[in-house]
Design a protein around this ligand. Structure first.
Ligand code: ADP
Ligand code: GN1
Ligand code: MG
Length: 368
């Protein structure tokens, strides 16, 4: 960051009610949507995370920040009631801006910003080992059970976010419009997507028939949205922008999409992308250890479906963005979204091969 930019971020951070003089600000994290910065202060004061909220994606920032206030407030109360130790490292704490709201609009940049306390000695990873996948399963089911009795209604910060019927409609529009003139080069992938479309929209049909409920979910359980302590214990599930009602299998399937892939989601080596059964088993054991007390038989039946659904949905979303000319996800090179889409498809095919005899369902049944 050059000095001019540094001044800009300093000015924005100063509009929040932080403690301690701001010593430095630098870019932080690897998210695809928001921009994240670490703000440092002298010893004895907390450091902070400053974020520019992507309001092309989150169009109702007031609703988004209101959801976050409700969710963090509820998590804090539940952990206090349970006499949990070290709560400040387990729940995100957003600080107020000059006007008392938990975000601000900065006229000069034309952007929305928020600031939260930096959790010290905490680590995020891009992958997990079979040993710690079990703990991540426990953390995600705990997140579900803690939020099960949240008294407030939460808004849908991105309407139809994990709705596969909607995602396919959006995708078909992108194919039809072909804004970036790229569709002829990806016909093979478009055909593979269409061949699975009827199967992959099963959950929406079950929901419409009243046979599959929605609950409060995180809806972005990538590995790097978990915060670990130095002993490898999970401190918190972070990045709460998408917490909203969804199918409970969303968080189960989306975690495995990143954790149980031998490759990162944008690894161009398609031979490397593939399903890691050891992570699947360990995470599933951990998840069901706690979730078996609240998950219904209909939801349990959908877990193997969810393992396929999320690489599929992500393939559809990445390819749709590629066809639209890369307007949604941050990219580092022109074919980045296409590589991501092909990677997710390779993962999906690997899952289909692994599960062709229904072995996932048998394993899941053995955990309940
Ligand atoms: P993005 O939308 O960019 O993914 P995140 O909220 O996930 O934004 O933040 C990006 C990264 O910043 C996280 O992966 C994590 O490493 C770090 N981070 C976010 N919030 C905190 C926090 N309160 N304390 C410590 N690190 C954090
Ligand atoms: C985005 O913000 P980030 O990088 O954690 C996206 C997720 C995708 C993910 C793919 C709001 O998550 O839905 O699964 O990228 N978030 C939004 O890596 O679209
Ligand atoms: Mg994140």
């Amino acid at each position: 960051m050059d000095n001019l930019n540094m001044d800009k971020y300093y000015r924005i951070a100063s509009r929040f009610r932080h403690e301690g003089e701001i010593l430095g600000i630098r870019q932080y994290g690897d998210g695809l949507i928001n921009d994240t910065f670490k703000v440092t202060t002298p010893e004895g004061f907390p450091d902070y995370i400053l974020q520019r909220i992507n309001n092309a994606v989150f169009k109702n920032v007031g609703m988004l920040q209101d959801n976050i206030r409700k969710v963090t407030g509820h998590l804090y109360n539940k952990l206090s009631q349970a006499s949990e130790r070290d709560i400040d490292r387990k729940v995100l704490r957003f600080i107020d801006a000059e006007d008392g709201r938990n975000y601000l609009f900065d006229e000069a940049t034309g952007n929305y910003w928020r600031m939260m306390v930096f959790i010290p000695d905490a680590y995020t990873y891009e992958s997990v080992t079979p040993e710690n996948a079990y703990k991540t399963g426990l953390a995600i089911s705990r997140f579900h059970s803690l939020l099960a009795d949240i008294p407030d209604e939460l808004g849908e910060t991105i309407p139809h976010f994990h709705d596969m019927v909607f995602r396919l409609e959006e995708f078909r529009q992108a194919v039809k419009a072909d804004k970036a003139s790229r569709s002829s080069s990806v016909h093979d992938l478009i055909e593979e997507i269409e061949a699975r479309a009827a199967d992959m929209t099963a959950a929406e049909r079950l929901h419409a028939d009243g046979r599959l409920p929605k609950r409060i979910c995180h809806c972005d359980t990538k590995v790097n949205n978990l915060l670990f302590d130095s002993e490898g214990e999970v401190l918190a599930v972070i990045d709460l922008d998408t917490v909203m009602p969804s199918f409970i299998f969303s968080d189960y399937g989306d975690f495995l999409r990143t954790a149980a892939n031998f490759a990162a989601e944008d690894d161009p080596d398609m031979k490397k992308a593939g399903f890691n059964p050891a992570i699947f088993e360990s995470f599933t054991k951990g998840y069901l250890e706690e979730a078996k007390d609240f998950i219904t038989p209909a939801e349990t039946l959908m877990l193997p479906f969810a393992v396929r659904l999320f690489p599929y949905m992500q393939c559809v979303r990445f390819l749709g963005d590629y066809l639209n000319g890369d307007t949604y996800y941050k990219i580092k090179y022109p074919e980045h979204n296409l590589i991501r889409a092909r990677n997710q498809f390779a993962l999906l095919e690997s899952i289909e091969r692994y599960d062709k005899d229904g072995s996932m369902a048998s394993f899941i049944a053995s955990c309940i």
